[in-house]
Write a protein that binds this ligand. Structure first.
Ligand code: HEC
Length: 261
């Protein structure tokens, strides 16, 4: 059987010192645990956004990154149960003030009188179940629009992920580079894919804000990273401890002996 010669710098796990195999195995175990905890955290944080906490869906991601698309609390109250408390034009003025960012100066001059007159008979703090509209900060809270995770929060999470995940895939990829995998393009693919997917995943978080269907890209990129990680993990572990030494590697061993001899 003729096999393509191996690169002179390639060494199979079986040719590595035992100490390296211990280190690789330990690192794979810890990174595998880390990955599992990471996924558990992800599901915990994101899966309930659409009101159904059992699984992580497209809607969960859209709400997390782009917001629910629903207006603020005050808007839904004024359009719903509170609509009878004031004339429609006053309600509209409150809603547009809330939509335009609920600034303090407009509040002092135009909004406060309406609130004092129309809302404070109930929202004065005497009922602990109702928001107290006696001060600007409390009102401001109910005017906040749900626009998803803020831009700079995403920036913070992005840089942590870009550094952290690159370490993970670099370490696992380096360990996996000792695996004997044919066809070779397949080996290159599972080593390179997660790094590309990482860049696409993180970019897609921002793109979901602009165009919701990018949440599918986020999901696909996440799945690709998971699959590549799992394949590199299992193939490495298997070839390190269980599998037979590949023929090409054994053959090279013979050649080496001839050269040395
Ligand atoms: C007659 C009493 C009464 C008045 C006046 C009133 N509310 Fe309410 N409001 C309630 C009650 C009771 C609830 C809770 C029940 C519900 O949500 O239907 C509530 C709930 C709300 C909520 C959602 C829950 C919360 O506390 O954040 C908002 C927002 C709100 N009101 C805004 C207003 C605004 C703005 C005005 C003035 C234009 C106003 N309300 C006037 C009785 C009142």
């Amino acid at each position: 059987m003729s096999v393509a010669p191996l690169h002179r710098l390639y060494s199979h796990y079986s040719q590595l010192p035992f100490s390296m195999r211990i280190l690789y195995t330990g690192a794979l175990c810890i990174l595998g645990m880390g990955y599992l905890f990471g996924m558990l955290y992800l599901v915990h944080v994101y899966s309930g956004r659409d009101g159904n906490p059992t699984n992580l869906t497209y809607e969960d991601l859209v709400i997390a990154y782009a917001g629910s698309g629903k207006g603020s609390k005050i808007e839904s109250a004024l359009r719903g149960p509170m609509s009878a408390m004031l004339p429609a034009e006053e309600a509209n003025a409150l809603v547009s003030w809330a939509q335009q960012g609920a600034d303090r100066s407009t509040y002092e001059s135009f909004i406060r009188p309406t609130i004092d007159k129309r809302c404070m008979s109930c929202h004065d703090g005497s009922n602990p179940h109702l928001s107290n509209f006696g001060n600007y900060d409390n009102i401001k809270k109910v005017t906040e629009q749900d626009t998803g995770t803020g831009f700079f929060t995403l920036v913070r999470v992005s840089h942590i992920h870009l550094f952290g995940m690159t370490f993970i895939f670099f370490i696992v990829g380096t360990i996996f580079s000792h695996a004997y995998v044919r066809p070779l393009w397949f080996k290159y693919l599972i080593m390179g894919l997660p790094l590309g997917a990482e860049a696409i995943d993180i970019s897609s978080w921002y793109l979901v804000k602009i165009y919701h269907p990018f949440a599918w890209v986020t999901m696909a990129a996440g799945a690709l990273m998971g699959v590549s990680f799992a394949m590199m993990w299992f193939i490495s572990m298997y070839q390190m401890w269980i599998g037979k030494i590949p023929a090409a590697v054994l053959q090279r061993g013979e050649q080496d002996k001839v050269v040395i001899g």
